[in-house]
Design a protein around this ligand. Structure first.
Ligand code: AMP
Ligand code: GLY
Length: 424
């Protein structure tokens, strides 16, 4: 069978890497792919939201499965168009994808389904939003309603910061249409957990739990990013926590979507905070996480293509139990200088060191591009992920760090404290 992975990040490189290991697969394509996917699949120059050309390509190549990587594909309706043309798609339709693309939709769904989440208000006018925040002394998270590439959340410590965040979105329109509606939420405290589940719209099976590190700098300082690293399994997250999240968060969400006519087939990702008063859902995503995919997929021993097909066909109930490596995994993102400030980043810089990656580290490419005559150059904020498995978190972390140190270009930086909390 021929498989297409849509996307161009390290998540998609990890998906491609997993797909090429499947016995069911004869060829893997990646659209548009990056400097890493080009080495193990065939990159196709089609954009992630180019619905017409993705459908045309799928027909021409008679694809057996299409896996949607990024939210932009889901939101463009790639899933809808492919499904109506009869293809197997691992990724939801646009309507179900609103669980990610509209935070107010997600919050309202959580309320209807009784899913534990933070108290919140939804606003289009700055004044009532500021009043809501002031009642909580400004200790709130201000969130752009729409998609903002993981950067649309401002965590505020006082009234001044809350007012500034609300103005940035509702008055200065710094997030454009995505920030024309905001969700203001009570501030939660506690370790985070990413639990992804694969679903065929009826059944849901959890993947291995992971913890993502979203702040740009060491010690959880600096702005929020798409994610600077992750590890699995996270400290303090046992089978009991996973079961609770499936029962109280993931399954009710899948049911509620189905009941409202938005059947969800693909990966449903719950971002949670483990607070003193119990689990709280802070977001849903309609896809694999990045960098969560880079730690979860290396631990998955089950054939991903078979699993994705079962989800896309609605036969997950008959699928054998997933098999997982008992090893731990750690992934560390190497980013361009000044990431996540797009305007201040310099791209097109030659990347050195990839030929000397130590054994045991896997390099998943994201913002890389092959330039004839020069070789690989930087082409985005998150440049590569260095990922590794190990018998302990400490061992996996050492290997991932060794890989990250080898990736050299001017301004390169990574967080050396990813997973350090789990190293005794
Ligand atoms: P989100 O895109 O909603 O997952 O938010 C991005 C990040 O902002 C989360 O991973 C948290 O680190 C932080 N965050 C979001 N909501 C809250 C909240 N209610 N309280 C504290 N931190 C939050
Ligand atoms: N790592 C967070 C995300 O993929 O949204």
């Amino acid at each position: 069978m021929k498989v297409l992975v849509v996307g161009s990040g390290a998540r998609e490189h990890a998906l491609v890497w997993k797909c090429v290991q499947s016995d069911l697969v004869e060829r893997v394509y990646c659209a548009p792919g990056n400097g890493g996917t080009g080495g193990m699949a065939r990159n196709i120059p089609i954009g992630v939201a180019d619905v017409v050309r993705i459908v045309e390509f799928s027909k021409r190549e008679r694809l057996g499965l299409v896996i949607l990587g990024p939210e932009a594909s889901v939101d463009a309706g790639v899933g809808d168009a492919l499904r109506s043309a009869g293809f197997n798609v691992f990724g939801p339709n646009r309507g179900a994808g609103r669980i990610e693309s509209s935070k107010s939709f997600a919050k309202q769904l959580m309320v209807r389904a009784g899913i534990p989440t933070a108290e919140f208000g939804v606003f289009i006018d700055p004044l009532p939003a500021k009043e809501w925040a002031a009642q909580r002394d400004g200790k709130v998270a201000v969130k752009a309603d729409g998609l903002a590439r993981g950067k649309g959340v401002i965590v505020c410590a006082d009234v001044r910061e809350a007012d500034a965040a609300i103005d940035a979105m509702l008055v200065q329109k710094r997030f454009g249409r995505s920030g024309a509606t905001v969700v203001v939420e009570e501030l939660l405290e506690g370790p985070e957990l990413s639990l992804l589940g694969v679903t065929d719209g009826t059944d849901i099976v959890p993947l291995a739990p992971a913890r993502d590190f979203k702040r740009a700098h060491e010690g959880d300082q600096g702005p929020n990013t798409g994610g600077m690293g992750a590890y699995s399994p996270p400290l303090g997250v046992g089978d009991d926590v996973v079961r609770e999240v499936v029962d109280r968060v993931l399954r009710p969400a899948v049911r509620e979507l189905a009941a409202s006519g938005d059947e969800f087939r693909g990966v449903l990702y719950a971002g949670l905070m483990l607070t003193k008063s119990g689990i709280r859902t802070i977001e849903f995503n309609a896809r694999f996480g990045d960098p969560e995919a880079q730690v979860v997929l290396p631990r998955l021993e089950t054939d991903l293509v078979a699993l994705a097909l079962a989800c896309s066909k609605g036969t997950l109930a008959n699928f054998p139990e997933l098999r997982w490596s008992p090893q731990a995994s750690v992934a560390i993102v190497v980013a361009s200088g000044n990431y996540p400030d797009d305007a201040a980043m310099k791209l097109g810089l030659q990347i050195r060191g990839l030929a000397e990656i130590p054994r045991g580290a896997l390099i998943f490419h994201a913002g890389t591009r092959f330039e004839p005559g020069t070789g690989l150059v930087t082409d985005g904020g998150r440049v590569v992920t260095s990922a590794a498995l190990g018998d302990t978190v400490a061992e996996a972390r050492e290997k991932a760090l060794a890989g990250a140190r080898q990736v050299r270009f001017p301004g390169a930086f990574f967080r050396s404290d990813i997973a350090a909390e789990a190293v005794i």
